[in-house]
Design a protein around this ligand. Sequence first.
Ligand code: HEM
Length: 258
Amino acid sequence: MSGSPADASAPTESQVRRASSSICSGSTFSNTDSLPQLPFKHYDRDAIRDNLQERVRFGRDFLRFSPDDGQTLNSVAKLIGPLVKPTVDAVYQQLFRFDYTARFFLKRNAGFEGDHAESLDRLTLDDPQIAFRKQILGGWVRKMFESDFESPATWAYFDKVAAMHTGLAAFKHRANKDPLVVDLQPMALLLGWVVDVVVKAVMEMPDDVADSTTKLAVISAFNKLVWLQNDLFVRWYAKSDDELAAATARTKAADASA
Ligand code: HEM
């Protein structure tokens, strides 16, 4: 069979062994035949739900986002710096592709004093308020690389970024402003889109700037961090067991076939 066209792209036995050993080295299993060692590591479910730092501790432990991952991101912060502006520009092009996501930008931004578009037909990427917002979003992108990931304040910031899209003020400077409520789907989709941009940008870096080991480490750490940010989105949007049961009961009452 070997040598047939169908086999041309199939991985060799040694490639499969190498990939499988790399997958296993990132998990609890030392090899595919062994079982996890008891006792299980304990985390309290209520604490994960109610306590931000405990939730982050579990999320980090599960994904194995280690201090080394944080340092990897810090170590390339200077290389990423020039990519922040084009990334943020592209984020707005992306959000302005759809009326559903563009309409959120018609309201006055917290802290912005000038004129701004108030209808979709006047909204452009050059709107003065959008330039202001780009600076703020650039701050988030930078924090994904420059933060001290061992500091609870870093996770408190990422948590506030999540909470402020669910109708809460979250930040002091947003107190007394109109609530912003963005659905979870575009929040999560935008994170996925940012990963796509960053992965491509890192892979396109010349090898003398970042070798393949560095690129792999950066992409791995960034991907884990994005999932931790996404988990903080979920924390604010997801319902508690009781709320979920009540919502399900309401749906069933409204539609007997549900
Ligand atoms: C990857 C997902 C997202 C991240 C990380 C993010 C991050 C941020 C940050 C850092 C701010 C400024 C916080 C501050 O005032 O200090 C902000 C504000 C805002 N975001 Fe998002 N955002 C995301 C997704 C979205 C989406 C999908 C929309 C709408 C479609 C949106 C609409 C807004 C609006 C309208 C504001 C301004 C609110 C105000 O100050 O009045 N965001 N966002």
